[in-house]
Write a protein that binds this ligand. Structure first.
Ligand code: 4NP
Length: 170
C-alpha cells in the first residue's frame, strides 16, 4: 500500500521534502523544479515544498552557484537556504525524497522504529529512466554533472506531480 498518497486540499496541502547530503546541489534543485511545476499548473496552494541535507556543513547557505545557473538556464529559480534534515521532518512531511542510497540510509537511521518507511523513497523510483536509481553527487564534478542532475530530477518530479494530481480536491 502506498501510504504517501492522500487527499490533497488547500486546507491540508501535500508536503514534500527533497533530501541530499549538503542541501546545496541536488535537493535544492528538486525543491526548485517542483515549485516551478506546481506554479505552472496553478496548484501552488495545494503543496508545501522544502529541501534539507543529512549533513550540516552548509547550513544557512544558498544553493551552489553551479546548481543555480543550471536551473536558471531552464527558467527555474532555486530559493533554498540549507538546513539539516531532522526527526521532526519524518513526522511532518507526506513524502521524503532521498537523492541517493546513502541519503536514504541516513534518513532511515533516524526512523529507528520504522514508522515512516512507506513515505521515504529514492527520488528516482519515480524516474521513467531510473538507471541505478541514484542522483549522483555533482559537487566535485563538472558542469555536465549539474545538467545531468537537473534532467533526472526534472523527469522524476514530473512523474510525482502527475501521480498526485488525481488526489487534489478543488
Ligand atoms: P549535495 O552536494 O548533497 O547535492 O548538496 C554536496 C554538497 C557539498 C558537499 C557534498 C555534497 N560537501 O562535501 O561539502
Amino acid at each position: 500500500m502506498n501510504t504517501y498518497l492522500r487527499e490533497i486540499t488547500k486546507e491540508n496541502p501535500y508536503k514534500l521534502v527533497f533530501v541530499c547530503l549538503g542541501n546545496i546541489c541536488r535537493s535544492p534543485t528538486g525543491e526548485g523544479i517542483f515549485i516551478h511545476k506546481v506554479k505552472e499548473a496553478g496548484l501552488e496552494s495545494y503543496f508545501y515544498i522544502d529541501s534539507a541535507g543529512t549533513a550540516a556543513y552548509h547550513t544557512g547557505e544558498r544553493a551552489d552557484r553551479r546548481s543555480q545557473e543550471t536551473a536558471n538556464a531552464h527558467g527555474v529559480h532555486l530559493p533554498s537556504i540549507a538546513r539539516r534534515f531532522e526527526y521532526a521532518d519524518l513526522e511532518e512531511f507526506d513524502l521524503i525524497l532521498a537523492m541517493d542510497s546513502s541519503n536514504l540510509t541516513n534518513i532511515n537511521q533516524l526512523d529507528r522504529r520504522g514508522r515512516f518507511t512507506e513515505k521515504v523513497k529514492l527520488l528516482r523510483e519515480f524516474d521513467p529512466k531510473p538507471g541505478n536509481k541514484e542522483v549522483p553527487d555533482p559537487y566535485y564534478g563538472g558542469q555536465r554533472g549539474f545538467e545531468n542532475v537537473f534532467e533526472m530530477v526534472d523527469r522524476s518530479c514530473q512523474t510525482i506531480l502527475d501521480e498526485l494530481k488525481p488526489y487534489i480536491k478543488r
